[in-house]
Ligand binder design. Structure first.
Ligand code: PDD
Length: 309
């Protein structure tokens, strides 16, 4: 089945859907987005995604072009047309099309969407994380399409052989470049609180609910970077990664001090190479808490697939 694209009222192939050159998303990254997982042809937790979309749009004063019901209808229609059962919906709203000028134009918001098949995941995969300074702006709770620091962090991590970057701001862990980060220490789950320094992950919200149902204790507090060496389990969550166990966390010796405080000097490149990796934390298996949450997540998804939830 081909992927499906949608642009301002028209369904078409993602390869032929074109935005004008003076599109605010293209020129300024002036827009927000959502990514939803589709299981067995059904969008997962759509209300929570549309709720976050509303918050993001409101934060940057873009009028929400649709009600929640309309968003749900549009998303379902796109999924139906794609014919994909296991897919990702990417949807984006920008401030619209207008001749380039920093000030807000009189323009209608522009809506685009794609539905693409999700590649199958290796269920035994246990990831590795590279710690990097969190150099993003102070409003990362807004799901803006401005993702330059995130894509650079991910690329640096990949080049160093890690699956994901673990971002550290002023000596405290915030989140991953495209995921939320979790730690288990003496039976207590740690994850950063919902403030301006992390994205309020829909999967995070769902996993917190599962943790509550399982009677697990949770502390919504940023983990000090120095405490990383003492944790028992590490996992990340996200719409695509679901609950992903981590088996190793490392850092490049040369960036260690920047995790506490960013230096004032500008580097020549942000794509710095990891030349002196130091393992901070490593484990053999998947910890009990991570395993329990993974199982609960998988259980819920299989009931969701069978329309039981
Ligand atoms: N990323 N933190 C960041 C910075 C993210 O980009 C994401 C998701 C998350 C997890 O959020 P959720 O559970 O709602 O997916 C946390 C998406 C998937 C992306 O950019 O593709």
């Amino acid at each position: 089945m081909p992927a499906i694209g949608y642009l301002n009222g028209e369904f078409q192939s993602p390869d032929s859907a074109l935005v004008p050159i003076d599109e605010r998303g293209h020129n300024f990254g002036d827009g927000v987005y959502e990514v939803l997982r589709v299981y067995s042809g059904r969008a997962f937790l759509p209300d929570w995604h549309f709720e976050r979309l509303e918050r993001s749009l409101h934060a940057i004063a873009i009028d929400n072009p649709h009600t929640r019901d309309e968003w749900a209808e549009l998303t379902n229609e796109a999924i139906r047309r794609s014919g994909e059962a296991e897919a990702l919906v990417y949807l984006q709203v920008t401030r619209g099309f207008a001749t380039r000028s920093h000030s807000f134009p009189q323009a209608r918001p522009s809506v685009s969407m794609t539905v693409r098949k999700v590649p199958e995941k290796d269920p035994s995969l246990r990831g590795t994380l590279l710690c990097l300074p969190d150099e993003r702006w102070g409003n990362v709770w807004i799901k803006t399409i401005n993702l330059l620091p995130n894509v650079i962090a991910k690329e640096v991590a990949h080049r160093a052989g890690a699956n994901e970057a673990l971002l550290v701001r002023n000596g405290e862990v915030t989140e991953g470049s495209s995921s939320n980060a979790w730690f288990v220490r003496d039976g207590v789950i740690w994850t950063a609180p919902l403030d301006r320094y992390i994205l309020a992950g829909v999967t995070r919200r769902f996993v917190l609910q599962l943790a509550g149902e399982l009677g697990l204790s949770v502390r919504e507090q940023r983990l000090p970077f120095d405490a990383l060496k003492d944790v028992d389990e590490v996992f990340i969550t996200g719409t695509t990664s679901e609950v992903q166990p981590i088996h190793k966390v490392f850092v490049d010796e040369s960036t260690r001090s920047a995790l506490q405080l960013l230096p004032d000097t500008a580097p020549h490149t942000l794509l710095q190479q990891v030349t002196n990796p130091v393992t901070l934390w490593e484990t053999e298996g998947t910890g009990d808490v991570t395993a329990k949450l993974r199982e609960a997540y998988a259980d819920y998804v299989s009931r969701f697939r069978m329309l039981e939830v």
